[in-house]
Design a protein around this ligand. Sequence first.
Ligand code: AMP
Ligand code: MG
Length: 458
Amino acid sequence: MDTAQGLIGGTAESADTTVDCTMNAPVPANPPPALGPSPVAAGDTQLSLDEARAAITAAMRPVVGQEAVPLTEALGRVLAADVLSPIDVPAHDNSAMDGYAFAGAALASGLPLQLQAVGMVFAGPPFQGRVGAGQCVRIMTGAVMPAGLDTVVPIELCRVDGEPASGLVHMAAGLLKPGENRRRQGEDLARDKPALSAGRVLRPSDLGLVASLGIATVQVRKRLRVAVFSTGDELRSLGQALDPGCVYDSNRYALMAALQRLGMDVLDLGVVRDDPAALQATLEAAIAGADVVLTSGGVSAGDADHTRALLARMGEVAFWKVAMRPGRPFAFGPVQAQGRSSWLFALPGNPVAALVTFYALVRTALLQLAGAELEPLPVLQARCLQGIRKRPGRTELQRGRVSRGDDGHWQVQVAGSQGAGILSSMSQANALIVIGHEQGSVPAGGLVDVWLFDGLVG
Ligand code: AMP
Ligand code: MG
């Protein structure tokens, strides 16, 4: 069964077999081990989607350096080091309510209390006076608790005779326990303890947290740089005439956008003809300029052998037939040129296959290379409104539309035509219906796993 845990949060189970090379650095003295049989000698390796994902995950290590950025530019960036709290937050015990602060020991009698107000304190400078037994202070939310006081009675739970700061405060018995409505110093974050850990992909609340510590700059990973190109003689770039038999290159635009969403830098290398010299030149440029090379097209078994032979010559590229639909042909591994090394991910050319393979196999790997600590994506279980025919032995990822049924439960409907080239149904969809490797047909009304695009795609 495919789970988002496997998709996103997979850990390197076989760390001893991993490739530990610093990409786009000089080629290591000990080149990384081959990731699969030579495509020329052994043909393509058959793998389940889970096996493919596990093999890729195990090989990934962060490859990017660090930089300091101001907090205002840190959203979505990956923390490179733990953020230690330089202070206790809150810095003092303070009131959680508007009310009257007093010493909770007075509650021990179990009787109604009358307390004499002796002043007023707002959030900000602490109260200067002394507060004795039988006395209290009018206090506002967030104000520092005056010395010796540990309990706050909310204003709506007491009655005051006279002025707020000098009246007599009456409180019924049994309303409170000592210490109630007081926030403790350091209860949010203790000094010198990690407030956020390295690998965190920074969210709005994290930036608030860092600001609450008085920290203006954070140490983050440099953005992963990904070179993208499409291969195929039939592809035309935007702005070119569409000659007979040709198609516009859509993969590059979809993939570059997906990379942008992941916070990565994109190096756009355009369309490359199915020609070994052109391909080699573009690959060399990609390796020179990026940590990762992401291509589409040209890796299926029917494609001209020179592409595969070239990739095999330039690195340790594994060619896989992944038991998934859409998808299947996929190549992956380190490639080297001019003393530098990058990771290559070669996707199938069919537009939906390219995107689905990207989300199922490449997204997690890129986040790992970028140094991100991955959180599992939520997997919904939804009632499938149609039956889906499926044979065991491969994972199927169908485009679907998830909605809430009248009964309040999630339901999903297959979105449009499911051909690997039909991009419009990808746009109609808001989720992928994932029918696992071992699973057979799904009856109408049966439960299926669903990966929501929100989070996965955005
Ligand atoms: P390939 O994987 O190169 O055999 O391509 C499979 C199918 O996908 C062919 O119909 C190609 O024309 C189409 N295709 C390949 N690359 C792209 C691309 N970048 N944009 C749109 N369609 C593509
Ligand atoms: Mg092609």
